[in-house]
Design a protein around this ligand. Sequence first.
Ligand code: TMP
Length: 220
Amino acid sequence: MLITLEGIEGAGKSSQVQAAVAFVRAAGRACVATREPGATDLGRRIRRILLDPACAGIDPGAELLLYLADRVEHVQRVIRPALARGQVVICDRYVDATLAYQGAARGLGAELIERLHAIVLGDWRPGLTLLIDIPVEVGLARAWGAVDRGERSGAETRFENEDKDFHERVRRGYLDLAAREPARYCVIDGNRPPGEVARDIQAAIAGRLHIPCPDRGGNG
Ligand code: TMP
């Protein structure tokens, strides 16, 4: 099964992906962590362009196609082979990021993005999407804090540099997607200590994978 984590900058996805992988493995299931953009050789090159603040002002359509190029390579070389081996794949961002950032925030709309994905990927939907939702001010403060502490490179801050309205549109875009597909989405309040967020993520994953959920002592 493909499980994706989504959220605005500073939502805490990356550390939650690691915790989620450890949880699934502890339940005896083979599981790999991956991310977009940048999980393949080509993807790492594309990621450098997409996140470079010196590339501010890329045309939204060109930006969309670069994310799509990264994704096609990722799906063909990493995600599909892992799923074919029976592994659980936990991915830090996926198509919903494109729908929220390029579709909602850049204004390209969902229809174009869904059509392009249908052409190049066919059925792209994950089995479960965890949206870690936080207020924009909180997320941006955390994201810039990570840059200040050297945990994130200043060469990867093109989106952090977007204005608050842009990030509000991303957040709203994600929440709209979640409201449209409640069966696939699980919205998690990310404005809490990481351990509490991790427990909610584990509960959602346990329910979907039918593995024991420690907090509930059963099958989720
Ligand atoms: P991250 O890997 O640190 O989350 O940074 C990836 C950035 O790229 C983040 O600002 C969100 C953005 N992004 C898009 O705009 N569209 C996409 O399809 C994806 C996967 C990410």
